[in-house]
Design a protein around this ligand. Structure first.
Ligand code: SF4
Length: 383
């Protein structure tokens, strides 16, 4: 029997007892009526369901939509993704962040083509054996794509379940994760597991939201312990806040005529495999010296007044940016980069560029635009 430590319901009114089957039916009826029309909900194609699930992890639906459309247009099948160049895959992922996912996506596609004749395994275990597919994605793909009766627990589902049962245990504790999975299974209809899982995720995203849940629209309301005690925002409980470290960085945007020098990161670590203006931890002079030592002579180094803040899961990067002109068109990477190349606006579209690099380049372009009119203004002497 499932053992839970739920809040004692002593105030106002107790949630009504209801059997799990009727709760499941109510949840599915709500989903059938209220679900958002999303392109990955119109398909049985496991490949597309998998792409959407990977993109949706830690990213909002509204953000994912244009990326998903573009990605499946360019790579309509698992074979097309497997055969593409990694630069092209990263370029179509650029802006979504979490670039390791894009790399794993292609490795998994290659594995499906090579070892499974282009068809995704139809079990959680089989899916989990593919590169980059963890328990969450495997369960989501198995239930939505193949109708396997397994419940999925993401952040949205954890919030709904913890409120429904007023769970006092922190949801990030390993033991609570098992409890959450067991409870989510109670709400997962064996006849429509994929829809049940999507219903829970949808409920968390649109109704049972973090700060202002719309309980009057919720199909679980009459059974919800948090609602009964009006303690909705007391849940979920969280054990530990992640410590975020501040990290100063410098970036040098080196140009020559209309081209900019970008370097490619190694295939592991931060922004793996992506191209960017040379940057690194520490101050600008150190970075400029490293380029000079590699034979990249610079002139007219101009630091920008504005820094760029970029938040990662465990770090906040504060980047000081400078522009510089290269004396010669050298293509030599400095450590830790593995390649260097000159790009123009068009060729830059063909490779993967991190969101941070895009911000750095955008700041340079904006500054250039601001400076142009000043340069054209006639001097007071000329007047
Ligand atoms: S009743 Fe309110 S708190 Fe409870 S699950 Fe529904 S939206 Fe969330």
């Amino acid at each position: 029997m499932l053992r839970l430590s739920c809040a004692a319901v002593t105030t106002k009114r107790a949630p009504l007892a209801s059997d799990d089957a009727s709760l499941r039916e109510r949840l599915l009826a709500w989903f059938d009526q209220r679900k958002r029309q999303l392109p990955w909900r119109d398909t049985n194609d496991v490949y597309r369901i998998w792409i959407s699930e990977v993109m949706l992890q830690q990213t909002r639906v509204e953000t994912v939509l244009p990326y998903y459309q573009r990605f499946v247009e360019r790579f309509p099948t698992v074979q097309a993704l497997a055969a593409a160049s990694s630069d092209e895959v990263l370029s179509n992922w650029s802006g979504l962040g979490y670039y390791r996912r894009a790399r794993n996506l292609q490795l998994a596609a290659q594995e499906v083509v090579k070892s499974h004749a282009g068809t995704f395994p139809n079990t959680v275990k089989g899916l989990e054996a593919l590169p980059g597919i963890g328990e969450y994605t495997a369960r989501a793909v198995a239930s939505i794509g193949y109708g396997v009766h397994v419940a999925v627990v993401d952040g949205n589902v954890a919030r709904v379940v913890s409120r429904w049962k007023a769970l006092e245990e922190p949801i990030d504790k390993a033991s609570t994760k098992k409890t959450l999975a067991s409870l989510a299974t109670l709400l997962c209809d064996p006849r429509r597991p994929g829809d049940s899982n999507q219903a829970m995720m949808e409920l968390g995203a649109t109704v049972c939201t973090p700060s202002s849940p719309k309980c009057d629209q919720c199909p679980l309301r009459t059974e919800c312990a948090a609602n009964a005690t009006e303690r909705m925002t007391d849940f979920p409980k969280v054990e530990s806040a992640t410590k975020v470290r501040a990290q100063p960085m410098a970036a040098l945007v080196v140009t020559k005529a209309d081209q900019v020098l970008l370097m490619r990161r190694p295939n592991t670590g931060l922004f793996a495999g992506l191209w960017e203006p040379p940057m690194g931890e520490g101050e600008l002079p150190e970075l400029a010296s490293r380029l000079k030592a590699a034979g990249i002579a610079l002139k007219a180094i101009e630091p920008h007044e504005r820094t760029i803040k970029h938040v990662l899961s465990h770090r906040v990067l504060t980047v000081t940016v400078a522009t510089a002109t290269a004396v010669t068109r050298v293509e030599k990477p400095v450590a830790p980069y593995e390649a260097a190349r000159w790009f123009d606006a068009e060729t830059m579209q063909e490779v993967g560029i991190s969101r941070l690099a895009q911000l750095v380049l955008a700041q340079c372009s904006a500054l250039k635009r601001e400076q142009k009119p000043k340069a054209r203004r006639p001097s007071s002497k000329a007047k």
